[in-house]
Design a protein around this ligand. Structure first.
Ligand SMILES: Cc1cc2nc3c(=O)[nH]c(=O)nc-3n(C[C@H](O)[C@H](O)[C@H](O)COP(=O)(O)OP(=O)(O)OC[C@H]3O[C@@H](n4cnc5c(N)ncnc54)[C@H](O)[C@@H]3O)c2cc1C
Ligand SMILES: NC(=O)c1ccc[n+]([C@@H]2O[C@H](COP(=O)([O-])OP(=O)(O)OC[C@H]3O[C@@H](n4cnc5c(N)ncnc54)[C@H](OP(=O)(O)O)[C@@H]3O)[C@@H](O)[C@H]2O)c1
Length: 257
């Protein structure tokens, strides 16, 4: 038996839910330490020959859920050329999996400047996961006036979590705004195109019925690194600045690869 590397602990797959042929949720139980909404940890598998493949994955569920923080959901896209994601897609209930004991990541609610009371969450693909985790935080409505979730995907079949999104509408009422974007199909009720262009044309604000504002808005951008770069450029063009701990700004980002 290969020794488990430092920082990883053994967990078990509870179930796998396939959203599409390449997009799936993996439900895992492992005794990991407490974490905050919007953080990520490592998932790892051994190749049985002494080598380990490990990658970062965001935790979709909110740690304050009734099931406790050690039952986790990960939303994953299997990359046909990928080393780990294809193996994760083959896991089933009862299979062994290794998980990073300590989650990390700075894009948490605590990091948002206190003056910001409209929270904008801009995601592509699987990066909707950590934003669901933030939006399901208890009492989030006490912290923000408006919460805007933008999810950009290639095809309609990837506009997932519709039930949870409906629950967010029920919970926050008119303070929750959802902007689905599909880039490779024309789908009624969604915007067509890419986030940066739709920000510059103001179509995202119009669809959200909420206006971006330099004093009160804060944006988290997460997902495809090209989208993160192009969206950051678009926001700078609109007069917004990157948020740094030493200099407060209006947006912050995380690349998925
Ligand atoms: C902080 C952080 C959080 C992450 N959270 C998630 C997550 O919640 N879900 C998830 O599926 N991935 C997530 N990733 C990406 C993940 O860590 C792996 O890189 C990914 O699963 C590919 O691993 P691989 O070994 O299969 O492929 P690799 O051999 O490592 O990479 C193959 C290629 O896949 C592409 N790719 C990698 N990740 C993605 C992705 N998420 N969406 C689209 N294309 C991608 C890139 O082109 C990459 O070059 C996260 C990455 C970081 C840094
Ligand atoms: N999605 C699938 O059906 C599918 C199936 C099998 C495998 N995969 C693989 O899985 C990986 C992830 O695919 P994914 O669809 O989750 O993620 P993705 O390629 O990042 O696409 C998600 C969304 O991001 C948009 N986007 C890409 N570059 C952008 C940029 N520079 N600025 C703004 N928006 C941008 C895409 O628009 P565009 O459509 O305009 O690029 C799409 O709407 C890829 O490696 C892919 O090859 C995907």
């Amino acid at each position: 038996m290969t020794e488990i590397p430092h920082g990883l602990i053994k967990g078990v797959v509870l179930k796998r839910h396939d959203w599409t042929t390449s997009l799936f949720s993996l439900f895992v139980e492992a005794p990991i330490n407490a974490y905050q909404a919007r953080q990520f940890t490592k998932l790892a598998l051994s190749d049985g020959r002494g080598d380990w493949v490990r990658r970062a994955y965001s935790i979709v569920n909110n740690p304050k859920q009734a099931d406790g923080h050690q039952r986790m959901e990960f939303l994953i896209i299997a990359d046909q050329n990928g080393e780990l994601s294809l193996c994760l897609q083959k896991l089933n209930s009862g299979d062994e999996i290794f998980v990073g004991k300590d989650a990390s990541g700075f894009m948490t609610i605590d990091e948002i400047p206190k003056n910001a009371d409209d929270l904008w969450l801009l995601s592509t693909g699987t990066a909707i996961g950590p934003f669901i985790s933030i939006l399901e935080t208890p009492l989030l409505e006490m912290r923000f006036k408006n919460m805007v979730l933008v999810h950009a995907v290639r095809t309609q079949s990837e506009l997932i979590y519709q039930e949870r999104i409906q629950q967010l509408f029920n919970r926050y009422n008119k303070r929750f705004h959802y902007v689905p974007i599909v880039s490779r199909e024309h789908v009624t009720g969604t915007l067509c195109g890419r986030i940066p262009t739709l920000l510059l044309s103001r179509e995202i604000e119009s669809r959200a019925q909420c206006q971006l504002n330099k004093t009160h808005s804060f944006l988290y951008i997460c997902g495809n690194p090209n989208m993160v770069k192009d969206t950051s450029d678009a926001l700078k063009e609109l007069g917004f600045n990157k948020h740094l701990r030493r200099k407060s700004g209006q947006f912050s980002s995380e690349n998925y690869w």
